[in-house]
Design a protein around this ligand. Structure first.
Ligand code: GTP
Ligand code: MG
Length: 447
């Protein structure tokens, strides 16, 4: 896919202006090119050195801090030089151009991390974690990605793979002594071991569902009858006056969305038009249809019930329609109550005084209940990993069934080998070009 014989260069910091911008070089000529760039003979390994950087035409570009990381103790495993210059795109581009003039090549997206993978500095799971850590938008997302980068997930997968290897070894040994049948392991032993592996994989897959939730977040639709206080609640959660609020029923017509971090999970809140039965104008009817669609598509439905007015048929219909994923909010809690929120298990909330808002946030975090477990266990956030693990699980299921029926070891072994090759695909021990390409394409240049 990529060659690693040449020396690559790219700006490693984000586009735009900053106090500092970093140009990174990696490859066999990194040290030599940076020496010429700065007019010095060499750099002491892992020492920050202040040096003038000279442009293509020989004029000075900037004074920068240059750090040389000799192979193999560098990010990529190759000779790496980091040039920390002033963070102006013009300066950084001039440094990159000068390095290219001296024989470096502009790096492809993800190529630094790809080289780290090729040189065994990271496995594929960890390389993907780098992209996820960079892309994280909530602290919890960052933590999950960092766990993966630290190798906690890799360790868990390797543990499963080791159990399979051990089993395969014993079955193979038995094959060498055919007349004695399952000599080193009895069929019930093999079956029990495979059952253990399946339940471990199931545990990892369960975490995968939660991992995906953290990556992709949840959608919460705010529904209620007209004037219930939906938009006021939406604005309060968003911390900004995003939606128009008036005392005219039917103010909100279209759907409004806002992404908000709730306990580390990115929630997308959707404000909707007030729902009521009976004839309305065409715009209102379209708004109500959209509100229903939003509620049907949401992970959580927040039903806003105006506590200052008696409940209506519309309220009851909304509660019944929201199903099991609903949270009931008794709004306008600062006003005298017209009904008892406790009876309905509705959370009293006032968007005016902020009362109950913190409890609502907590309730939403509770809606993604087992989240706390995640703090200890590595989550499998990546769809690629989950799909491969499902396949491995299916193979092991077949191996277990074969062992249970007492069929010859070859058949059990074939399925175990099949499962193990899925594990190798996950960690990249058995790389496939197509997979590598899609993974590293996700990176931007300089990573
Ligand atoms: N006292 C009090 N009034 C509130 C509260 N929340 C909303 N209101 C008032 O209730 C009225 C309706 O509020 P909205 O937030 O526009 O209600 P809505 O559910 O979005 O209404 P539609 O978009 O028309 O369906 C406005 O006059 C708000 O000021 C609250 O917590 N306390
Ligand atoms: Mg509204």
């Amino acid at each position: 896919m990529f060659s690693t014989e040449d020396t690559i260069v790219a700006i490693a910091t984000p586009p735009g202006r900053g106090g500092i911008g970093v140009v990174r070089l990696s490859g066999p000529r990194a040290a030599e090119i940076s020496a010429v760039l700065t007019g010095r003979s060499s750099f002491e390994p892992r020492h920050a050195t202040l040096a003038g950087v000279i442009g293509r035409d020989g004029t000075p570009i900037d004074r920068a801090v240059v750090t040389f990381f000799p192979t193999p103790h560098s990010y990529t495993g190759e000779d790496v030089v980091e040039i920390s210059a002033h963070g102006s795109p013009v300066v950084l581009q001039a440094i990159v151009a000068a390095a290219i003039a001296l024989g470096a090549r502009l790096a492809n997206p993800g190529e630094f991390t790809f080289r780290a993978y090729l040189h065994g500095r990271l496995d594929l799971v960890q390389a993907e974690a780098v992209a996820e850590l960079i892309d994280a938008v909530t602290p919890l997302q960052a933590r999950v990605a960092f766990d993966q980068l630290e190798g906690t997930l890799t360790a868990r997968l390797l543990e499963i793979d080791r159990a399979l290897l051990d089993l395969a070894a014993r079955l193979e040994a038995s094959l060498d002594f055919p007349e004695e049948g399952y000599h080193f392991i009895t069929p019930p032993e093999a079956e029990a071991a495979l059952t253990g592996v399946v339940s471990t994989i199931d545990g990892v897959l369960r975490d995968a569902a939660r991992g995906r939730m953290i990556r992709e977040g949840l959608t919460a639709a705010i529904v209620g009858r007209p004037n219930a206080g939906k938009s006021s609640l939406f604005n309060r959660l968003a911390g900004a006056a995003r939606a128009i609020v008036t005392d005219v029923p039917g103010t909100t017509r279209d759907l409004l969305t806002e992404r908000i971090d709730i306990g580390g999970v990115p929630f997308t809140f959707v404000d909707t038009a007030g729902v009521r039965a009976g004839p309305g104008d065409a715009i209102e009817e379209e708004g109500i249809a959209r509100a229903r669609q939003a509620a049907a598509a949401a992970d959580v439905v927040i039903v806003v019930l105006d506590r200052s007015r008696p409940l209506t048929e519309d309220d009851r219909a909304l509660m019944a329609g929201a199903g099991g994923r609903r949270m009931l909010v008794a709004s306008k809690a600062d006003l005298p109550a017209a009904w008892d929120a406790g009876e309905l298990h509705a959370l009293p909330v006032s968007s005016l005084t902020d009362a109950g808002i913190a409890d609502l946030r907590l309730g939403l975090t509770g809606a993604c209940a087992e989240l706390d477990d995640l703090r200890d266990r590595p989550a499998l956030a990546n769809v690629r990993h989950a799909a491969l693990l499902e396949q491995a699980r299916a193979s092991i299921g077949r191996a277990r069934a074969a062992a249970a029926e007492g069929v010859p070891e070859e058949f059990v072994l074939a399925d175990i080998h099949e499962a193990r090759s899925r594990f190798e695909e996950i960690t990249g021990a058995r790389p496939q070009d197509e997979v590598l390409r899609t993974i590293f394409e996700r990176f931007c240049i300089g990573k």
